[in-house]
Design a protein around this ligand. Structure first.
Ligand code: SF4
Length: 338
């Protein structure tokens, strides 16, 4: 179900735009649908037909997705395996400091060679309601003040639904626009559409290497944009919005941690409005990559910092509970189908 279809149903029960907003706000807060300011004036009260329909509407919303299992990590994050109405599953991750990472597709067509989700290809798109339901399920557990679209799937491949989700979260979900983070491998459509929205999210670009040939190998079905082009478009968006671009770099031992790559990063990003997020890869049975030595990873971050690149060394959350996008789902599927 798309959110628009839900709003259409509200209208058939006599909802006016103010009522729709009130019900949407309540849902996105994980509160009862009839909560919110209740003024005595008749024009602010929900119409009787709508009030009577609320229990059924609540059941419809509750049926969009449910938490199949929860996997707390030692670092305070937690992975949620979310079951959708058709029994497909996706992952959300409750992050530290009130963050939430959501999935936008079941599977993914980009096929990054270091990613479990990429291995199974695209199964289907998530609707805007299915993406929002992940926020609602997370909010039933803890505060969510930041939503990053970095879970399973490539948001640029489900652009209309992701942009609708961002718009609704920014307008009714009580989340600051710069705390909505659209993450992509880079797609020309993203750079056209994002600046047009009323709610402009922050942007994370998955760079992973400064070498176009290696990028084509690691991200085989990403649009063929060179690292230079990506950074140029990213810089333009950063200057327009006033938020720095977050460049994502999955650090793979012996693959993209060379001196040449570090020189390449300095060449590309020096003077840019950017943050480099270095994320040491989580070694994964069945994939031919290794996690770099922690000392080496820390040294890389230090070197880049010294050379003027704002660099943060991050751990992918929930590492001890099958961290990395799609690993939990893959592990669960393995258990189920063995
Ligand atoms: Fe898709 Fe992201 Fe995995 Fe690449 S890393 S295959 S874009 S989910």
């Amino acid at each position: 179900m798309q959110v628009n279809e839900f709003l259409q149903t509200l209208r058939t029960h006599g909802a006016k735009p103010g009522h729709e907003q009130r019900i949407l706000r309540a849902w996105l807060k994980a509160a009862p649908l009839d909560s919110g300011p209740r003024k005595q004036q008749a024009e602010n009260a929900l119409p009787l037909a709508l009030r009577s329909a609320l229990p059924g509407l609540q059941t419809t919303l509750d049926g969009i997705a449910r938490v199949q299992s929860e996997h707390p990590g030692e670092d305070g994050s937690a992975r949620l395996l979310i079951e959708l109405a058709d029994k497909q599953t996706v992952e959300s991750v409750l992050l530290l400091r009130d963050g939430l990472c959501v999935s936008t597709q079941v599977g993914c067509a980009v096929g990054c060679t270091f990613c479990m989700t990429g291995r199974e290809g695209l199964q289907r798109q998530l609707s805007s309601a299915e993406i929002l339901a992940q926020v609602v399920l997370a909010r039933a557990r803890r505060h969510v003040k930041k939503v990053v679209f970095m879970g399973m799937g490539e948001p640029a491949h489900n652009l209309d639904n992701v942009l609708e989700t961002i718009d609704l979260l920014g307008r009714y979900g009580d989340i600051g626009h710069k705390n909505l983070v659209f993450s992509t491998v880079g797609d020309p459509r993203v750079f056209e559409r994002l600046p047009q929205g009323e709610v402009k999210p922050a942007l994370a670009l998955s760079l992973h290497t400064t070498r176009a040939d290696l990028r084509a190998e690691l991200l085989p079905r990403a649009p063929r944009m060179s690292p230079e082009e990506l950074v140029e478009l990213g810089e333009d968006y950063a200057r327009r919005t006033g938020y720095p671009i977050q460049y994502q770099w999955t650090l793979l031992d012996g693959i993209n941690d060379s001196v040449e790559e570090l020189d390449g990063i300095v060449r590309l990003l020096h003077g840019k409005y950017a943050i480099m997020n270095m994320i040491p890869y989580n070694t994964n049975e069945g994939l031919p990559y290794r996690r770099p030595d922690p000392e080496r990873a820390a040294d890389i971050a230090r070197q880049l910092h010294r050379r003027g690149i704002l660099t943060k060394l991050r751990n992918s959350a929930g590492q001890d509970v099958d961290g990395g996008c799609g690993q939990l789902r893959a592990r669960t599927a393995k258990v189920v189908f063995q």
